[in-house]
Design a protein around this ligand. Structure first.
Ligand SMILES: [Zn+2]
Length: 641
């Protein structure tokens, strides 16, 4: 666990610094007894603009960034009639709701989405381009994940999940699971800036079922990030953060909560597929939110006179969304269940954060949207073909061998590709004396023909004297296209080399900006491949996905709840990078290091109208007790980032 201890002198200084400013204290300022050592200097009575609340004077106890994985921007409107109580309606009725929020980059995957939310920057700023990528300097056998880090080990997984204990494991199997860290994150997060600004007094945590979604939005200075061991469902962390799980987390893991989740999900007891079987059901969201409550209590978040920050990424919607698609009844059931689960969580916050929900900010958003299942889109006549990446790689390798090494079978294209990037085997190109520019340009030139070669043979046209098909009333009702249309076939829309993304030339248009935002220096040589809208790579165990620059993948909701936000519906394009920028501005701290977000001033109340409830002091609070954890040694630098 990262230490948060300050010397008594520094603590006294901070208590003074953080004492509520007289200007904004509401009428019942007697509650300033909650900061007994505070001595605010008398303020002049001259008329002057109100001092805006910030992390330095008046501030929320807890700021939450709530990310729903794969929650498209149209869902809140689509399912609005189902919502009850204070779940999503907290944002739709009592908060500032932005229905037109779009990511402004072309690589709409989970890891970059979460990094974007935390850092207020895109891939060209934070460096996270995808969930996994090839980095031949680190691993020549497989792509590395965006957060895996061989310098660290997973903490808290049960012995039964360790590789050496798995049935059939060789004797040489390790007795640990490789850990994770934000090593590839090249920018600070709003949580990092809050930790720096408060000299470590603010605590920052991240929670998700997925490591990348817990780690990346929270940042390198976070006190901790927790995700699940996919086998057992135990919440785990990494030695990057702490040597062992806190007691409250270990107790959660050994409580009956896992069994309850398995039962709610109709999964076998003690399943070894917790992520897949429980993760795709609404039971996973309540499981995750219960862990979050344990974290808030265990770490005493929101209990002190500083702002703590928590990023929560709810993963279940993504798992079922890939399998069943955005238009399935499963999606609606998940959203409706989540509405009730959020109501329960917000009500719990209201009771357990001093001063209630009035002392909490919550931003609601998503890491990306989702495409319709290609066969569904094709039913309406869209050219929703899928691209077989294995066949595409083979076609490219064939043509590259013809060009650079006739008669040989060099594998210039690496295996295990995921759009939108095709990774090149730079070792093989370099052996052949081909530099990056030549290699990427060659692939780019060969791509159109390679993609076209994947098209199914066009059906024979009907003879000119054949009778027209009889009108089909069912077809007419569903606007089904004419049966004489060609079947969907893959096409290349555009491609860009890594060097083009890094240095141009890119068109001086919104499209060019979107591409520039997709560049990452992490990994090796690559070419970005963009199929037309509604096309995607051929999928095996899932039905649809997200990865593209098209609107359905970039559209996410954005809602804010909290004292500074003027409730209302705000039309107009905004971006997820605006969350970190707006939170930083409201906290009076620096924006994250690479932030390109705008402050959403249209939804902010005048400073004079922003007040925070002053918590009633606990009746039996003992003078000697401190609400936060016991003193721990000063932070020691981490060896590797
Ligand atoms: Zn995702």
């Amino acid at each position: 666990m990262k230490p948060t201890h300050l010397s008594p002198v520094a603590a006294l200084f901070l208590l003074t610094l953080f004492a509520p400013a007289g200007t904004h204290a509401p009428a019942q300022t007697t509650a300033s007894a909650s900061a007994p050592t505070h001595r605010t200097p008398a303020r002049t009575k001259e008329a002057s603009p109100p001092v805006p609340p910030s992390a330095w004077n008046d501030h929320p106890r807890l700021a939450i960034i709530l990310v729903i994985d794969q929650f498209r921007g149209d869902y809140l409107d689509h399912f609005r009639a189902d919502f009850k109580n204070r779940g999503f309606n907290l944002f739709l009725q009592k908060g500032a709701y932005f229905p037109d929020c779009y990511y402004n980059y072309a690589n709409t995957k989970t890891a970059p989405g979460h990094a974007t939310i935390g850092t207020g920057s895109y891939t060209d700023g934070h460096g996270i381009s995808s969930n996994d990528w090839w980095d031949l300097a680190r691993n020549q056998d497989r792509p590395v994940s965006s957060v895996e880090d061989e310098h660290y080990r997973v903490v808290g997984a049960p012995d039964s999940s360790l590789p050496s204990n798995l049935p059939g494991a060789p004797g040489t199997a390790p007795k640990f699971i490789t850990g994770s860290s934000p090593r590839n994150l090249l920018a600070s997060t709003v949580g990092d800036e809050l930790r720096l600004a408060t000299q470590g007094q603010s605590k920052v945590f991240g929670v998700s079922l997925k490591d990348r979604a817990a780690i990346l939005p929270a940042g390198a200075a976070a006190n901790g990030a927790f995700w699940i061991d996919p086998i057992s469902g135990y919440f785990v962390t990494s030695t990057f953060y702490m040597a062992q799980l806190p007691d409250w987390a270990a107790q959660f893991n050994t409580s009956a909560r896992i069994a309850q989740a398995e039962q709610e999900a109709n999964a076998p007891a003690n399943t070894t597929e917790f992520y897949d079987l429980v993760g795709r059901t609404p039971a996973a969201n309540s499981y995750e939110l219960d862990f979050t409550q344990a974290l808030i209590q265990g770490e005493q978040l929101g209990q002190r006179n500083v702002t703590d920050l928590l990023t929560i990424s709810l993963s279940a919607n993504d798992i079922i969304g890939h399998q069943m698609g955005p238009d399935s009844t499963y999606e609606q059931q998940m959203v409706d269940a989540l509405d009730g689960q959020l109501d329960t969580f917000f009500t719990w916050l209201d009771k357990n954060i001093p001063g209630g929900l009035g002392n909490v900010w919550i931003a609601l958003t998503a890491d990306h949207g989702i495409a319709p299942i290609p066969s569904t889109a094709a039913l309406y006549g869209l050219n929703a073909a899928s691209v077989d990446l294995d066949k595409l790689s083979a076609a490219l390798d064939y043509a590259l061998n013809m060009k650079f090494s006739p008669g040989e079978k060099v594998e210039y294209i690496l295996p295990h590709q995921e759009l939108p990037y095709i990774s090149l085997n730079q070792s093989e190109f370099m052996k052949a004396g081909i530099n990056e520019q030549e290699a990427e340009s060659a692939v780019q030139l060969l791509l159109p023909d390679a993609v076209a070669s994947l098209a199914p043979p066009a059906p024979e046209p009907p003879p000119s004297d054949a009778p027209a098909p009889a009108p089909d009333s069912a077809n007419a009702q569903s606007a089904k296209p004419s049966e004489t249309r060609l079947p969907p076939h893959p096409v290349l829309f555009r491609s860009y080399t890594r060097e083009q993304l890094a240095d141009g030339p890119l068109p001086p248009t919104p499209w060019g900006q979107l591409l520039a935002h997709s560049y990452s220096p992490n990994g090796g040589w690559y070419v970005m491949v963009i199929p037309p809208d509604y096309q995607m790579e051929t999928l095996s165990s899932i039905q649809t996905t997200h990865f593209s620059p098209w609107s359905y993948d970039r559209h996410v909701p954005l809602g804010f709840y909290g004292a500074p936000f003027a409730p209302g519906l705000y039309r107009g394009r905004i971006e997820p990078v605006d969350i970190a920028a707006t939170f930083a501005a409201l906290l009076g701290i620096n924006q994250p290091s690479a932030s390109v977000g705008h402050i959403l001033t249209q939804a902010l109340k005048p400073a004079a109208e922003v007040t925070y409830p002053k918590p009633v002091p606990a009746p039996r609070a003992r003078h000697t007790s401190t609400p936060h954890r016991a003193a721990t040694p000063a932070p020691t630098p981490k060896a590797h980032r």
